[in-house]
Each structure stands twice: as C-alpha cells, then as structure tokens.
Design a protein around this ligand. Structure first.
Ligand SMILES: C[S@@+](CC[C@H](N)C(=O)[O-])C[C@H]1O[C@@H](n2cnc3c(N)ncnc32)[C@H](O)[C@@H]1O
Length: 277
C-alpha cells in the first residue's frame, strides 16, 4: 500500500550519518535497491540515460580535456565512461557501497576514474577528497534523492575550485512531481493534458518500491529552491535545459503515459548549470 507524501514541515530532521570516512547514510542511499538499479542501468545506461540524461549533462557541462570532474550520487558509475571519453578525470561518489562496488567492477579499466563511498552531505569527511580540487561537478538524477539540499551544495562549494561549474539534471520539478502530477484526457478538447496539484510545498515523497526493495524517497522542491541554494554558496545559474520525454514508441514499459504531443510539449527532465560568481 502506498503511504501518503509527508510535507517537509512534519518530518523529523534527518538523522546524520555516523562520523568517520563519509559513511553511507541509510536514509537516502539506494543501497537497498542496488542490485535492481545496477541491472536496470547496465554499462552504458538505460534508454533514458543514453538518449536524454547523459547528452543533456554533457551539453551543459562542456567538459574540457584534462579537467577533474566530481560525479556526486553517481550510482554504479554510468556517467564515468562518457566523462572519460570526453577527456576528463572523474571521481564518482555515492552513498551506496554496493553501487560503488558495481561501478568498480564495471569500469575497472577506465583510466583516471575513482569510485568512492561517501555522503554528499558530508563531503569533507569522504576519504580521498580534498578541498578546491575539482573543476566541475555533476549530479545526474540524484539531487532529488538528497536532503538537506543546503548541506549538499555546501559540500560542492568545498570540493570545487575557485572557477568551477555545477550541472544538476533532475526530474522536472514543475511537471513531474511524484504523486502530485499525472496525465489526463480532456474529452471536450480531445487532448491529453498534464495535471499538477502541488508545486511550491517542499515534501519528501515515498516512491513505489523499486525492484522489490524497500521504497526510496524523493525530495520535491520548487525550482527556486535549487537556484537559491546554489546562490547561497556563490553559484549563479547560467544555462537551463528542459527536456522532452522519448516518443511513446521508444519508451520501455507501459505505453499509456501521455501521448506524442503531450510528451513533446511537457518536459520530463530539467538541467541546470551554475557557475561560480
Ligand atoms: C536515481 S540514483 C542515480 C544514480 C546515477 N547518477 C544514475 O544516473 O544512474 C540516485 C543515487 O543517489 C545516491 N544518493 C542518495 N543520497 C545520497 C547521499 N546523501 N550521498 C551520496 N549519494 C546519495 C543513491 O545511492 C543513488 O545511487
């Protein structure tokens, strides 16, 4: 049975990870669904990674030869080979020890790649990371799994060099909020529309159980929360991409979500690039 979304104000503060070594935080890590997620993503990514998320991240990042990139919440390392192909050195940090073990297995021979277990909210505690050493950071499909956001952006500020950029790629907060949006059909106008019944209120939404594991939580925030959290640590958004879903005939799974027009018109993903001011 699905439990109801919890408004943020009614949630207890998230417990902190144990001290020492950037240990995995139980409450947001995908450790419990790691086997399923690793199998779903594979070596080069799901169709959503390959066709939508990864191209958008690379377009916003504009990786340069020899740069050092931190991929935060990098899971089983799907972005790493693409970043290495683009000429960068990549450090993947994720809270799930099992996903990081998969990343090491899958990408053992990737030159210049490191895979570290660590909590995005406590980056200075992650063994192997040093302050001010990365030229750029990516957070692909993971920022909505992390909370509180302010701790994550403070960690990014700590890890990044004086001239640096951050790329966030997320499910579009204005149109695809879990349990607070969905497709509808207007008989009178004969068109598919998107229903939105919540946006401004931040909330932690339990997601349906993935791969038979315990449910993860998604942290919904309006777009302004990201822009303002980045601004708090001195980063200004200078580019944004709103990305349409795949056409229905190229989407795996249920074929009933939206239609071609609705999917082409209402974005599934939002990409933000922020640069240090
Ligand atoms: C949807 S997965 C995305 C993984 C990868 N970026 C990808 O696109 O396949 C979200 C990831 O965020 C990680 N995560 C959640 N909370 C975290 C935290 N506090 N610190 C580090 N990683 C975290 C999870 O363990 C999970 O691997």
């Amino acid at each position: 049975m699905r439990s109801r979304p919890q408004p943020r104000s009614s949630r207890r503060p998230a417990p902190r990870a144990d001290a020492g070594g950037g240990a995995a935080p139980r409450e947001t890590s995908w450790e419990r669904v790691a086997t399923w997620y690793d199998g779903w993503v594979g070596d080069r990514g799901s169709v959503y990674h390959r066709e939508l998320a990864i191209p958008a991240v690379l377009e916003l990042l504009e990786p340069r030869q020899g740069e050092s990139v931190l991929d935060l919440g990098g899971g089983q390392g799907v972005l790493a080979p693409y970043l290495v192909d683009a000429g960068t050195r990549v450090t993947v940090v994720d809270a799930s020890a099992r996903l990081i073990a998969s990343a090491k297995r899958r990408h053992a021979r990737l030159p210049g790649a490191r895979f570290l277990v660590g909590d995005a909210r406590r980056l200075p505690a992650v063994a192997g990371l040093d302050a001010g050493t990365f030229d750029a950071a990516t957070v692909m499909l993971a920022i909505q799994d992390m909370d509180p956001l302010s701790d994550v952006v403070r960690g990014l500020d700590w890890a990044l060099a004086s001239s640096a950029r951050i790329v966030l790629l997320m499910t579009h907060p204005a149109f695809r909020q879990p349990r607070h949006s969905g497709w509808g059909y207007d008989e009178g106008r004969k068109l598919t529309y998107r229903r939105i019944d919540g946006y401004l209120t931040e909330m932690a939404v339990p997601m349906k159980s993935l791969g038979g594991g315990l449910p993860t939580r998604s942290f919904h925030r309006p777009i302004g929360a990201y822009v303002n959290a980045l601004a708090e640590v001195g980063f200004a958004v200078d580019a944004m991409r709103e990305i349409a879903d795949l056409p229905p005939d190229r989407r795996p799974g249920r074929g009933t979500r939206g239609d071609a027009r609705g999917n082409a018109e209402i974005p599934i993903f939002l990409g933000l690039r922020a640069v240090r001011r």
